[in-house]
Design a protein around this ligand. Structure first.
Ligand SMILES: *Cc1c(COP(=O)(O)O)cnc(C)c1O
Length: 363
C-alpha cells in the first residue's frame, strides 16, 4: 500500500442506519441520511437507504450531482443554505432545501417557475446555536411572505443545534420549535409535513422519551457514519464505531530520544510543540502527512500506539509498547473522528476502498 487508504464498510453503515431509523420510526420520526462527511459517496448513500433512511441530504451541490449521476434514488435535500448565485442549479438538482433568506427564496421561486417546478423548502429558525436561521420572532413573517411565492412549497420548519454554538437540544428548545411550527401553520393555513428538529445531537433526548411530540423529521449523519451521538461523542448503542478505517504504511522505524536535540525554534507549521522526556522510544514514521489531510482526530487501532505529531509528509507514532510486532512496510490502522473523516474523504491523496459483504453493484 503506497498511499494512505480509507476503507469504508458499507454493511456497517447500513446496520447503523437501520439502528437509527428504527429508533426514530418508533417515535414517528422520518430520517434524512446525511452524506456530507463522505462527499455524497453514492455507495454510502445506497447503504443508508437500505438501512431505512427516507432520503439523502448533503450540503454541497457537487455531492448532490454525484448522487444523481450514480442514479441514487429518493428524495434529495440540500442542507447548506442555497447561494443566491446558484438558485437555478439548486432547483434543478434537489427536491428541497433549507432556507432563511427571503431574497433567495424569491429567486428560487422564479427559477422553479422557469423550470415548471415547485421547489420544497424547510424554513430554518435559530434556536440559539447562532448558525443558520431567522430569529424566532421573524419566522411567521417569513412564512407569510414565502406562502405567496408561486414556485415554492413550504414543507416544514427546522432548526439546527449543537453545531456552531454547541447548544444542546432539550425539551424547552424543541417545544419552542413545535410552537413555532404551529404558529406558521396557523399563519399560512396549511399543515406542515415536517418539523425538522434533530441531528445526531438529538438522539439521547429522543431515546430518553423526553422529545416533545410533533418533531417528526431528523437529519442524521455522524450517528450513522461513526456510530456516535454528538453531545458527548459516546458510542450509540447498537451501532458500529469502526465503519471507517484509515491505513498507512510504516516507512521508517528507529529508536530515538523522545526530545529533539539542539536549540529549538518553530516546527514546519509555525508551532513550538512540547516534547515530554520519556527516554529513548521506538518511533515509526508513517506515510500520511498534513498534505494528505488534517492529522487531528486519528486514533490508532492498537491502543499501545501513541501519535507524537505530524509534518506535511509524515505521521510520527510512538510504537515502543508494541515494539517487535511492527516492521517497516507494515500498515497501521487508525479510526477517524468526524473531522478526520471529512479530511480523508476530501483529500485527493487518500485512496478510498469500499467494502461490502454482499456485492451491491448497480446493474
Ligand atoms: C451536517 C448537518 C446535519 C447532520 O449533522 P450530524 O451531526 O452529522 O448528524 C444536519 N443538519 C444540518 C443543517 C447539517 O448541516
Amino acid at each position: 500500500m503506497a498511499s494512505p487508504t480509507l476503507t469504508i464498510d458499507l454493511d456497517k453503515i447500513e446496520h447503523n442506519a437501520r439502528t437509527v431509523t428504527d429508533l426514530c420510526a418508533r417515535h414517528g420520526i422520518e430520517v434524512a441520511g446525511v452524506t456530507k462527511a463522505v462527499c455524497g459517496e453514492p455507495q454510502v448513500a445506497m447503504a443508508m437507504l437500505r438501512g431505512g433512511v427516507a432520503g439523502i441530504a448533503d450540503s454541497r451541490l457537487e455531492s448532490i450531482h454525484r448522487l444523481a449521476a450514480a442514479g441514487v434514488p429518493g428524495h434529495r435535500l440540500l442542507l447548506r443554505l442555497p447561494a443566491l448565485s446558484a438558485v437555478d442549479e439548486v432547483v434543478g438538482s434537489v427536491d428541497a432545501s433549507l432556507n432563511s433568506e427571503l431574497s433567495v427564496l424569491t429567486a428560487l421561486s422564479d427559477a422553479a417557475r422557469g423550470r415548471g417546478r415547485v421547489h420544497e423548502v424547510i424554513l430554518m429558525v435559530d434556536l440559539g446555536d447562532l448558525r443558520e436561521g431567522v430569529w424566532p420572532d421573524e419566522l411567521v413573517a417569513l412564512a407569510r411572505a414565502v406562502r405567496d411565492l408561486p414556485g415554492i412549497a413550504i414543507r416544514g420548519v427546522g432548526a439546527n443545534l449543537a453545531c456552531l454554538g454547541g447548544v444542546v437540544p432539550d425539551e424547552a428548545n424543541m417545544n419552542r420549535l413545535v410552537e413555532l411550527a404551529e404558529a406558521v401553520e396557523a399563519a399560512i393555513g396549511e399543515r406542515l409535513r415536517w418539523i425538522s428538529g434533530l441531528n445526531s445531537s438529538g438522539l439521547a433526548l429522543l431515546a430518553s422519551g423526553r422529545l416533545p411530540g410533533g418533531i417528526n423529521h431528523a437529519r442524521i449523519g455522524e450517528a450513522i457514519l461513526l456510530g456516535r451521538e454528538t453531545i458527548h461523542r459516546n458510542p450509540w448503542p447498537g451501532t458500529f464505531q469502526d465503519a471507517f478505517a484509515l491505513h498507512a504504511e510504516v516507512l521508517e522505524l528507529k529508536r530515538k530520544p523522545s526530545r529533539p536535540v539542539g536549540e529549538r525554534s518553530q516546527d514546519a507549521f509555525g508551532h513550538l510543540p512540547a516534547f515530554e522526556d520519556r527516554g529513548e522510544r521506538d518511533r515509526a514514521l508513517v506515510g500520511i502527512g498534513r498534505e494528505d489531510m488534517d492529522l487531528e482526530g486519528l486514533t490508532p487501532h492498537d491502543e499501545r500506539l501513541d501519535i507524537v505529531g505530524g509534518t506535511s509528509g509524515y505521521l510520527v507514532v510512538d510504537v515502543t509498547e508494541a515494539a517487535g510486532e511492527i516492521r517497516v512496510g507494515d500498515t497501521l490502522g487508525f479510526t477517524p473522528n468526524y473531522s478526520a473523516l471529512v479530511g480523508a474523504m476530501t483529500s485527493g491523496y487518500v485512496g478510498k476502498r469500499l467494502l461490502a459483504r454482499i456485492s451491491h453493484h448497480r446493474s
